[in-house]
Design a protein around this ligand. Sequence first.
Ligand code: FAD
Length: 564
Amino acid sequence: NAKQDATFDVVVIGSGAGAMTAAIRAADQGLSVVVIEQSDQYGGTSAVSGGAVWIPNNHQIAALGGSDSADEALAYLKAATRGEVAEERLRAYVDGAPRMVRYLEEKTRLRYRAVPAYADYYQDLAGAKPGFRSMDPMPFHAAELGPEFLRLREQSPGMLVFGRMTMTTFEAHTLMSRMHGWKKVALGMGLRYWLDLPWRLRSRRDRRLAMGNALVGALRRSMMDRNIPLWLDTAFESLHMDGGRITGVALRRDGRPLRVDAARAVILAAGGFERNQEMRERYLPTPTSSRWSATPPVNSGAGIRAGMAVGAAVALMDQAWWTPTVAVPGEEKQRGLFFERHLPHSIVVNGRGQRFANEAGPYLDFVDAMYADHAKTGATLPAWLIFDAEFRRKYPCGPMLPGSVRPDGKLPPEWLGTVYHRADTLAGLARQIGVDAEGLARSVELNNSYAATGEDLQFGKGGNAYDRFYGDPSVRPNCCIGPISRGPFYAVPLDAGEIGTKGGLLTNEHAMVLDLAGAPIPGLYAIGNTSASITGRSYPGAGATLGPAMTFGFIAANHISGDS
Ligand code: FAD
């Protein structure tokens, strides 16, 4: 239904959450917009994500009993980014993020709710808050999308219970940490899922969308409300430049070239380069592999390369939104291990059997520590998550549900020796995975002494509110440290994975792409992982990738329409 050689005021490349926010805002500002997506499904990594956005000083905080201010948010971001990001961009974020989320709440079908205990990731920095800045999308019912639901990229299996049922971040946290009322939450989820009877006969897919699917589903529906065209199966190839200004894009559909003109601007929102092995090897620390990524196999840096081809500057190209991941046989992307490292009765070691970081630290910093330790020891890629039978019984890990729900005998047999290793003794486990047995024994001994005192004398695990968010509150004195003492013992290999790259086209406070001399390229904007992140080398809090992607989408649309 797409017209060839069409003209729109704004052409948006990619259909993640930032792209859709930009398109909706541009339409509300009276501009004509088209959204271009190469895949036959919309939503990109945004759709498979947790959907959380990090919105400091958001409008819900005071009503929920918290406190925040623009000054504190700016102080925190400045401390986290250590002078590497222009202050105007940080200010634009601190000012624009609450406005963006409020606009979406007032004008679209998307609703967010601030999560009280989701602490900022760097609790020791000035301006850090113990909660409320991370916001969780409210569930959205797929019936509102009609047949368009089937083109929404499916939620990651890691974000589903039993690979089927959706959960909000709140529900996930309640289940994982076995907080008060977790059994009721689990029962409610099961009943709701199975009682959706007519749909259950047709599909296993849950129609109560949560996390990234709720985010993208609600935005897609809001696009439909405005009749904003979404062209699927249409690949962006390059930018047209005329007289120093971006005037349109070259696309390809069904093997045929297509040109679309942009009367006002092109917004590049085509994700990062995580699925481009050649770019990974050129820019990221090595060894590196696109197979380690937890993202769908869609983003290959097309937006970044197109920007560079018209003279754009790039920054932070050696950075990614690191997260340790594990490969599951038969799955197209690896599973991110976001919370398992916080749980007691476990440690992470290198090939020498030694711990090398606070396991409960932010996932980005943890993989940074993996690379740093690998540079010293040559034995940290992969690292090994080691735990005992108590951990296995109580907690989920990667694709494994707690043993009390799904014991080893019920796991797919091919996971043994790939996703996890098991042995009756620690020495036997060490032999199996090629880790130094004496080193491992010593690390476990130290862990067990820290479990008794509650204090990790090496890395301070469990020492702050963020570490403890995913701990097990029933384990004392430190909810992140418990003895590793009951066999059998387990090991899960951790790759240096990511949930997207974070370097890209350098932009200004309006999301305009800058050239090598630092001047904006007229008509060209970049957001999300196509742009160099405003968070520098840090990960300030849950939602720090989608929050900026959507905020700068909003800011770009405002700027293009002359309302900034
Ligand atoms: P995407 O959402 O991937 O969108 C890019 C789109 O562009 C894709 O649909 C792609 O197909 C399309 N595209 C690429 N190339 C072309 C081309 N040549 N032509 C046309 N289209 C193209 N972040 C958070 O902030 N909060 C979270 O809770 C969170 N949870 C996560 C959980 C998981 C399991 C994962 C994997 C990630 C999570 N993230 C989270 C990270 C976040 O999802 C990504 O960083 C974010 O979605 C990136 O947004 P984007 O718009 O840059 O890219």
